[in-house]
Each structure stands twice: as structure tokens, then as C-alpha cells.
Design a protein around this ligand. Structure first.
Ligand code: SF4
Length: 331
């Protein structure tokens, strides 16, 4: 479903992320002093409209998962602001944070590791509901049964344990648990990358159906650009903790502007063997985030780099309506 077919609630933002930073100290030496800092997320800004899916892509270690966890306030931001549905949640704590958390949930990459193996599925899905309310046993069971049905699991799944299910079914349990509190935002962190290719599209299609049925907004984090294209309305590309490009998916795939995005897109296999596609092979590895390059973070691998790229750090600028890029080539 494209962005125009969706009801985006009059273009209202559900989430605004402003200049978000998440740094980790690295301790060392006899006194466990801070000897270095990992800038896992280094000043990123974006927004997600109500009902929209924003995809976040980049190689492993680019900061996309850290960004997702910081937005959920599972990690403490080092700087910047997270505005959720008009409320600044950056510094909430205690009962206020707990109350806000009802509205945003996460679907994890590894459905098995994220489900308690000693609990029956009925209890796993009931747990978040019981954390926030005190329904009767009958009402609780009815609600859990409805959630099982919504995610395509049979009624008897209620009495089974996670190990009795396949990977795809376990991810459905994880999705049912994430839906239990009727959240507004779901952050899905590589939700299908641990699954067989044959079941990936079933889980992706389920997420799309649920978005419609539950009026959900998604931040969809993945490294697989084909998966992100299938799911997203807009896509942000991250490199070494920075957002280097953000655009609606059609513009991004048809005309990627940042040399890093161009390289990522060139690596997507072309389904039509008659069409020739030139693949851009990036040289070198992703630099160590404790010691990122000066200037443009991509200059050590960029095939288009100029002398000034090692001195000037480009900022994300809108170069076409809705299409932003951080690269001096477009200044
Ligand atoms: Fe490449 Fe320079 Fe643009 Fe960075 S600023 S992406 S190094 S051309």
C-alpha cells in the first residue's frame, strides 16, 4: 500500500526525533575511567506521521537499532529530544515513563530469545495487559484469544510453550504480545531477518494487515533493502550513527542521491536477468565508531570523495521536496 492510499491522519506527526544522540562510554584502566566514547547515534532528526511506516536501513553497527531502543527509552539519550504524540518523553522517568510506554512497543529480531520459554503463550501475551490493568480472568482470556486470532495462531496456542512453535509462529506470538496494550507506535527491529525466506513475506504481510486493523505507525528497522522497500512509505539511511539520506521510498529507489545509498541500492539483485545493473563495490570497512573520520563520516569509503570531504561534515538538507541528503555534492 503506498503512502497516498493510506490514511495519514491529516499528516500529523506521531513521533518527532530532534538531534538525537546516544553515546556509550568505554571504560578502561585500573580506575575504570572513560577512555573512549562510541557515538552510536550522532545527532539524527526525523519524524513519522500517524499511520506511516518509516524504514531505517544501514549496515550492521550503523546505529539503527540503538536509535530504535533510544526512542523507546530502553536506552538513555545523550542529547536531543523525542516527542511522542506531542509530548516530550526524552527525560520522563518512573510512573510517567511507564504510562507513556503503553503507547510504544517493540518487536524483536529473535522471537525465541525474546519469549520466556517457561511460560505458556497465554501468559506471555497476558503479562503486559496485567502490568497495566486488572481485568477478570474471563475478559483477559477473551482478549488474548482475540489477539491470537488476529496474528493467525490457533486457539490452542494459548496453552503451548514457545518451543512448540516454528520461527514464524514465534514471531507471531511476539507481535501479539506487542499489540496487547494497543500501542500507537511499533518499532520492529529486524523482525524477519531470523526467519526462513519462505515465511518472511507472510510475517511482513501480517504486519501490514495489523497496521491497518490497529491503526498502527511503524518504525521498521532492517538491513535488507528489499524488505524495507516492501514495508515502508519513507526510508532513512544511516551510516556510522548519522542519517545520510531520507526520502519517500519511490524517490529513494529511483534516484538515490547519497553515494552510500547508491552503493546499497546497486547491491539489490535485479529480478529481470535481461537488465544489466552496475554494482558499486565499496572499498574498506566501516570505520571504528570510537574513532570516526573527521568531516563526512563516509569519506574513507566514498567513491566520489573530494578533498574537502575530510574537513567538512555535511548536514542533512532538503534538496527536493521531501528528499533530504547529507553530502557536499548537493550543497
Ligand atoms: Fe562522499 Fe564527500 Fe558526499 Fe561524503 S560529502 S558522501 S565523502 S562526496
Amino acid at each position: 500500500m503506498s503512502i497516498v492510499e493510506k490514511d495519514l491522519h491529516n499528516n500529523e506527526n506521531l513521533l518527532e526525533v530532534k538531534n538525537l544522540k546516544t553515546y556509550y562510554p568505554i571504560k578502561g584502566g585500573f580506575f575504570r575511567r572513560t577512555i573512549a566514547t562510541v557515538k552510536a547515534v550522532d545527532d539524527i532528526s526525523f519524524e513519522i506521521k500517524k499511520g506511516e511506516t518509516l524504514g531505517l536501513v544501514g549496515e550492521s553497527g550503523c546505529g539503527k537499532s540503538t536509535a530504535g531502543r533510544t526512542i523507546l527509552r530502553l536506552l538513555k539519550p545523550t542529547g536531543g529530544n523525542i516527542i511522542f504524540d506531542g509530548e516530550d518523553i526524552t527525560n520522563l522517568s518512573g510512573s510517567k515513563l511507564r504510562e507513556a510506554r503503553k503507547n510504544f512497543q517493540m518487536v524483536f529480531q529473535d522471537p525465541y530469545a525474546s519469549l520466556n520459554p517457561t511460560q505458556m503463550v497465554g501468559n506471555i501475551i497476558s503479562e503486559p495487559i496485567l502490568n497495566y490493568s486488572n481485568p477478570t480472568k474471563e475478559d483477559l482470556k477473551k482478549e488474548v484469544m482475540e489477539l491470537l486470532e488476529k496474528v493467525g495462531l490457533p486457539e490452542d496456542a494459548y496453552y503451548k510453550y514457545p518451543h512448540e512453535f516454528s520461527g514464524g509462529q514465534r514471531q507471531r506470538i511476539g507481535i501479539a504480545r506487542a499489540l496487547a496494550l494497543k500501542p500507537k507506535l511499533i518499532i520492529a527491529d529486524e523482525p524477519v531477518s531470523a526467519l526462513d525466506v519462505s515465511v518472511q513475506s507472510q510475517v511482513l504481510n501480517l504486519l501490514k494487515e495489523l497496521q491497518h486493523d490497529f491503526d498502527l505507525t511503524y518504525l521498521f528497522i532492517a538491513h535488507d533493502l528489499s524488505v524495507v522497500k516492501h514495508m515502508s512509505d519513507r526510508i532513512g539511511v544511516m551510516y556510522l550513527g548519522n542519517m545520510v539520506e531520507i526520502a519517500d521510498k519511490d524517490s529513494l529507489y529511483a534516484e538515490p542521491l547519497h553515494p552510500y545509498t547508491q552503493a546499497l541500492i546497486s547491491a539489490i539483485p535485479e529480478p529481470d536477468p535481461r537488465k544489466k545493473k552496475e554494482r558499486i563495490i565499496l572499498q574498506g570497512d566501516v570505520p571504528n565508531p570510537t574513532n570516526p573520520p573527521t568531516g563526512c563520516p563516509f569519506h574513507t569509503r566514498c567513491p566520489m570523495a573530494k578533498e574537502e570531504c575530510s574537513k567538512i561534515k555535511p548536514t542533512l538538507k532538503e534538496v527536493k521536496p521531501g528528499h533530504k541528503v547529507a553530502c557536499i555534492l548537493y550543497d
